[in-house]
Unconditional design. Structure first.
Length: 320
């Protein structure tokens, strides 16, 4: 093993050592005993993921060592559970958005009297060789899928796919690119405005689907991307959110993507049942955020972010 690799390698810690490490860093065990914390780390979560939420807590120096301020093990548990429920929710909502996008495209080509084949071929012709090869490989990978194999085997030539088959075998990312292409083809202003927001939806959907932590860094100024004017305008209509708060919270890349997804979903969805289900699930999530709100009385970052999310949910997804 090289010297450089030895320097970068951290030894794996036993559960007992993990607890000791947390205590060294100022984590307390007021609400969860050390024994219960060990059991949690053995059966419910793992150290690396759980401790990622510590980024939301400030540090102070004690005896020459920086330790966390007001951080109990129970707070890390609570944030991990809230994050898990948020990930499930985001995947659910993004599936609705993806489905609605397909419906809109199919209605659009019928409105413009397309045959459904030429538009796919024209889209493929608009790609450069690398883009085309990536898309072809993307589709062919699904040939072994029990869910897509019949469709793909029925159309061996990618350039002869009808749109109603094409949109079933491509990724959400490719669907968004195709959506943009159709918007330019028909000079559809709504598509042009929605395209950027959909890309944000895809980013947070992919993170949630791969079980990446969403709320483990709520600090401001973590994105260089501007929020869509449409999303900003809609947020500005919420009286309880000041301009300063809106700008600060939306400067966090994670919150920016979550809010963009909520905005995209709240647009007219064909099924009223889907809309009602989203309201129920989002209100449940809002209630879950509030359950242990007292944990974060001394943490302005978490407290104000949760308040921001709750206000947006209450305004955009009100209970009838």
């Amino acid at each position: 093993m090289s010297v450089l690799l030895q320097e970068k390698t951290k030894p794996i810690l036993s559960v007992d050592e993990q607890i000791d490490k947390l205590k060294e860093n100022g984590v307390t065990f007021k609400y969860v005993s050390e024994d219960n914390a060990k059991e949690y780390l053995r059966k419910n979560n793992y150290y690396f993921k759980l401790t990622s939420y510590r980024k939301n807590f400030l540090k102070k120096e004690v005896d020459g060592k920086k330790v966390y301020i007001d951080l109990d093990f129970a707070y890390l548990q609570d944030l991990a559970i809230i994050d898990m429920e948020l990930r499930y929710l985001l995947v659910d909502l993004s599936l609705d958005i993806e489905h609605w996008t397909k419906i809109y495209l199919l209605n659009l080509i019928q409105l413009h009297h397309e045959d459904g084949y030429e538009i796919v071929n024209d889209f493929l012709d608009s790609l450069d060789k690398n883009q085309y090869d990536r898309l072809e490989n993307e589709v062919l990978r699904n040939r072994k899928s029990i869910y897509c194999e019949d469709l793909i085997n029925s159309y061996p030539d990618l350039k002869k796919y009808p749109i109603w088959v094409f949109i079933e075998v491509i990724s959400f990312g490719t669907l968004i690119s195709f959506y943009k292409f159709c918007g330019e083809r028909y000079n559809d202003k709504m598509i042009s405005k929605d395209h950027f927001i959909l890309k944000m939806c895809k980013s947070v959907r992919n993170a949630a689907a791969h079980s990446n932590c969403i709320i483990n860094d709520l600090n401001a100024k973590t994105t260089s991307l501007s929020t869509s004017y449409l999303v900003t305008k809609e947020l500005a209509n919420i009286e309880k959110i000041s301009k300063v708060t809106r700008i600060k919270k939306m400067s966090n890349g994670r919150i920016q993507q979550v809010i963009s997804l909520l905005y995209m979903h709240k647009k007219p969805i064909p099924s009223e049942g889907v809309r009602k289900n989203a309201v129920i699930n989002l209100q449940k999530f809002s209630d879950r955020i509030k359950r242990n709100g007292h944990y974060y009385d001394n943490n302005d970052l978490i407290r104000t972010t949760f308040e921001f999310l709750n206000i947006v949910i209450d305004n955009w997804y009100p209970v009838d």
